[in-house]
Design a binder for this molecule. Sequence first.
Ligand SMILES: [Zn+2]
Length: 119
Amino acid sequence: MIAHVDSYLPLEACGLLAGRGTKVDAVLPVKNQAKSPVRFVMDPLEQLHAFEWIDSRHLDLIGIFHSHPTGPETVSPTDIAEAAYAVVHVILARADQGWRAHGFWIENGGFQEVHLQIG
Ligand SMILES: [Zn+2]
């Protein structure tokens, strides 16, 4: 995930998180067709292929991640407006020399931070 968002700088990067229950088993980078430093639009074909890959391994889509190369460390109004799946949204915000990850549950025009266990 870090390598992918690093490789996209200064643009936003995005992708899917697959697993079972609340445990992530696979990170699937998806091309950001918006090519923007402040928003992302998943490339539909790559997204479709990622969904097929997830299905073929009998995993579930449990999260979507994207980076905020210029912050903030929270969801943006665009993120709330465009949240299309009831999954955890992981945002990697540029902090110091690295990235800080926060998870959010977005629902009904609002959001709540959820605890991420990394490692
Ligand atoms: Zn965002």
